[in-house]
Design a protein around this ligand. Sequence first.
Ligand SMILES: Cc1cc2nc3c(=O)[nH]c(=O)nc-3n(C[C@H](O)[C@H](O)[C@H](O)COP(=O)(O)OP(=O)(O)OC[C@H]3O[C@@H](n4cnc5c(N)ncnc54)[C@H](O)[C@@H]3O)c2cc1C
Length: 430
Amino acid sequence: MRSHLCNRCGSCVGLSEGKIVFEDRTGDYRPVIKSPINNELAEVLWEACPGKYFDFKRYRSVFYSQTPHFHEFTGPYYRIGIGYAQNPETRLKAASGGIISAILIWLLQKKFIDGAVVLSMSDKEPWLTEPIIATTPEQILAAAQSKYIISSVNEILPQITTFDGKLAYVGLPGQIQSIRKLQAIGHPSVKNIAFVFGPFYGNTLHFSSVNSFLRTYGERDHTQINRLFFRHGEWPGNMRVELKSGRVIQLKKFHANYLIPFHILRNSLYCTDLANEFTDISGGDAWAPVYEERGKGFSMIISRTAKGDQILEQMISEGALSFEPITEEESIVMHSHGYDFKKRGAFIRIQFRKWLGKSVPDYGYIIRDFAFSRYLMEIVISSLFILLGTKVARWLVERLPPTLIGGLFEKTRNVWKKSTYAIKRKNLKQ
Ligand SMILES: Cc1cc2nc3c(=O)[nH]c(=O)nc-3n(C[C@H](O)[C@H](O)[C@H](O)COP(=O)(O)OP(=O)(O)OC[C@H]3O[C@@H](n4cnc5c(N)ncnc54)[C@H](O)[C@@H]3O)c2cc1C
């Protein structure tokens, strides 16, 4: 809980019957033990916790033994493609191509589920997120789009337990790893979960990113936020804050990415799952100039289980989803930057932690023996994260106009991506 291994999935809070709570959600956002935990509960919490231990190979054999294809980067899969929701409203309101929301709405309308666990923005505190069980298409759509601040979907386990009906569940890799661990031991809290979906996951940010964003525009009080979006408008969308005063602040998503190195949740750096490998279907952005130029919203879609693939098949044949198959190799090249960050960088960073005598996660697999240049690159990346995460660096960046720093960040990132192109793609497909 106190190390960087905690990804804030929320399972310990959800399962603890009020004994563990999240404190300071706009600060460090840690689970805190409020009253004594007996051994029996402690054992369940430890088993449910994905932070220290999640054996990829073991859980693959539990949930994906029938899945025909596998790559260490993409995880197990039936098929991979690029697509989008055919319903224009869903596509526009969503983060990328709207496939996750479209699938949830389709399952609900076909009565395959009675509700969907999604991450909404809070009504009471609209600057924070809140997991809910959506039982209408309107609620699913209202909870669409990616939220890039720390969120704890599994806090909602008590409501999932008592829900009367079948549920689809949407979560980030760490949250899903915990759900899979609970399913593997047949825990009653997850018995209603019939389908598991989730977005790709690069990183998430502390709430300080929102405060910092506000400060660059001369606003000091996040409680004045009326509505907060991270991917508002046409793909790839905008970070947008609507204040109670009526003021609207908006910055292109690619420019708002400048917040990442200043406010990244350290656990993101030790997570080795980009493509949300333990879902039935996962979806990411289709990052490629050919799609980015067109706007509108395109997703990469990966079906991973027989039931996930059947959903895809039926939705495509009914005209609810557009889907163009791509090869494993094409999908890896499209996300080479992300796979490099997660499947190489994370293992190197874990190794660095180990050398420093700090606790490290055990994923049941290790990828190693990268080129020397990749280790050097990681020293630069990790040093930047440490340097830019300091109070001084954050203070300095808030003095610059966000459009300037955002534009600068985007350009630097593109130069960096090009100059490290060869290192990142080396042996990527093997
Ligand atoms: C923190 C984060 C990091 C990401 N990093 C990458 C990346 O590096 N590369 C990439 O290609 N794609 C990344 N994505 C995925 C991408 O932003 C889209 O979510 C994905 O393409 C699905 O798009 P969609 O239009 O189908 O989703 P939508 O139809 O908009 O549905 C998204 C669903 O995800 C849920 N959700 C949103 N945020 C969270 C959250 N923080 N925790 C749990 N559930 C959530 C919503 O409630 C909704 O049900 C990231 C997403 C998140 C949330």
